[in-house]
Design a protein around this ligand. Structure first.
Ligand code: FSX
Length: 369
C-alpha cells in the first residue's frame, strides 16, 4: 500500500502506472464525479485536475471504535473504483491494514509527518478519551489516544473524522460515557475537520470525500455538523421510497402486520429517517442491494449526534411532522451552514447536483475533452 518509490508522480501518471487506459481514465473521472454528486459538466475539470495533482500522504488513526468503519471501507461495493482511489493516496499509516508493527509502524507515522509537514491528511476513526480522562483507557504504542491525536494533527492540512464515534463521540460516548470519550471536533480546534458520520459510514462517502480532496485540493462544502453536503444534504425521509405511504398516512404498526408486508411507512415503529441526514436511500448498501428501511427495519439515525442516547430505537419520534425534515434540521441548528473555511462550491450548486444527479456516458465525455 505504501508506494515510496513514486512519491512525486502526478495522479495521472500513477493511474497510468496502474494500467489505466485513456478510456478507463475517463470512466474513472465519470464515476468519481457521480460519487461526489457533481454534474457531468465537472468531469473535464476532474480529469484535468487529476492529471496534475500529486499524491497526498494520509495517516489513519484508530481509537475507541469497533473497526466497523474500516470493515465498511474494505468491504465496499465498488472495489475497482475505491481501490483506485486508495491507491492514489499514500496511506502511510493504518493500524489495521499496515504490515508494519511496533516501532516500525510508529516510525512510519513520524516519517510521513516530517516529510509532508503542513500537507498530509489525517483520518481518524473512533472517539478519544479526553485530556482529563485516565490516559490508560485507550493507548497506542503505550501513549494515550489524546497524545497521539494532538501530535499527529499538529502539522496536518486537514482532519477527516470517519464514523460517528470520531465525528460525534458515538457508542463510546453513550451514557454514562465511562472513558470521557470526545469527538475529533471537540479536541481539534485549529484545523479544518470534516465529519463522515454513520455507524458505520457509507464506504462510497468516505472515498467520495477523498476523491474531492484529490481532485480539487480542498475539502467539500459542509453542513452545520461539518458533514459534506453532497452526501448529507437531504434526510432519509426526504429520499425514502416509502415516503408516499407516509404522505397518505399508511403506517406499519408492528413488524409482521399487513402494513409491514405491504411496505408501508415505518415511522410508528421508531424510524428516525425524518431527523437523519445521510445518503443511504440513494447510495444504498451491499452493492446497492438494499438498505435498512428496504430490509424492513426503521432507520436508527446512526449518522446524527448522540444517536445512542436519543431514546429507544423503536419509539416514534416525538416531533410532530408538520414540516419537511429539512425544516426540522433548520430548526435544530438555527439554519446555519458553515464551511469551516475550506469550501468554495456554492451550496446551491451542490444541492442542484444532488437533486439532478445524472449518469454520463464515456462517449459524451470523449466529446467534451
Ligand atoms: Fe464507531 Fe468505527 Fe460505529 Fe464501529 O471505526 S462509528 S462503533 S461502526 O467502527 O467508529
Amino acid at each position: 500500500m505504501i508506494d515510496r518509490k513514486t512519491p512525486n508522480k502526478t495522479l495521472g501518471e500513477s493511474l497510468r502506472d496502474h494500467g489505466l487506459s485513456r478510456r478507463g481514465f475517463l470512466k474513472f473521472c465519470a464515476a468519481t464525479a457521480s460519487m461526489m454528486a457533481l454534474p457531468p459538466g465537472m468531469v473535464p475539470v476532474i480529469a484535468a485536475a487529476l492529471e496534475q495533482a500529486r499524491r497526498p500522504s494520509v495517516i489513519w488513526l484508530s481509537f475507541q471504535e469497533c473497526t466497523g468503519c474500516t470493515e465498511s471501507l474494505t468491504r465496499s461495493h465498488a472495489p475497482a473504483l475505491e481501490d483506485l482511489i486508495l491507491n492514489l493516496i499514500s496511506l502511510d499509516y493504518h493500524h489495521t491494514l499496515q504490515a508494519a508493527a511496533g516501532d516500525a509502524a510508529e516510525d512510519a507515522r513520524l516519517q510521513a509527518m516530517e516529510a509532508n509537514t503542513g500537507q498530509y491528511l489525517v483520518i481518524v476513526d473512533g472517539s478519544i478519551p479526553g485530556p482529563d480522562s485516565n490516559p490508560g483507557f485507550s493507548t497506542v504504542a503505550g501513549r494515550s489516544n489524546y497524545e497521539i491525536l494532538m501530535e499527529t494533527v499538529e502539522h496536518a492540512a486537514a482532519v477527516i473524522a470517519v464514523g460517528t464515534c470520531a465525528a460525534f463521540g458515538g457508542l463510546p460516548q453513550a451514557s454514562p460515557n465511562p472513558t470521557g470519550a470526545m469527538s475529533v471536533m471537540d479536541l481539534v480546534k485549529d484545523k479544518p475537520v470534516i465529519n463522515v458520520s454513520g455507524c458505520p459510514p457509507i464506504p462510497m462517502v468516505i472515498t467520495g470525500v477523498l476523491a474531492h480532496y484529490l481532485t480539487f485540493g480542498r475539502l467539500p462544502e459542509l453542513d452545520a455538523y461539518h458533514r459534506p453536503l453532497a452526501f448529507y444534504g437531504q434526510s432519509i425521509h426526504d429520499r425514502c421510497y416509502r415516503r408516499p405511504f407516509y404522505d397518505k398516512g399508511k403506517f406499519a404498526e408492528t413488524f409482521d402486520d399487513e402494513g409491514a408486508k405491504l411496505g408501508w411507512c415505518l415511522y410508528r415503529l421508531g424510524c428516525k429517517g425524518p431527523s437523519t441526514y445521510n445518503a443511504c436511500a440513494t447510495m444504498r448498501w451491499n452493492g446497492g442491494v438494499s438498505w435498512p428501511i428496504e430490509s424492513g427495519h426503521p432507520c436508527l439515525g446512526c449518522s446524527e449526534p448522540s444517536f445512542w442516547d436519543a431514546g429507544s430505537f423503536y419509539q416514534p419520534l416525538s416531533v410532530p411532522l408538520t414540516a419537511t425534515s429539512g425544516d426540522l434540521l433548520t430548526a435544530a441548528v438555527g439554519g446555519a451552514v458553515v464551511g469551516a473555511g475550506v469550501a468554495t462550491l456554492a451550496n446551491k450548486q451542490i444541492k442542484t447536483a444532488v437533486a439532478n444527479r445524472q449518469p454520463v456516458t464515456v462517449e459524451e465525455l470523449e466529446e467534451k475533452l
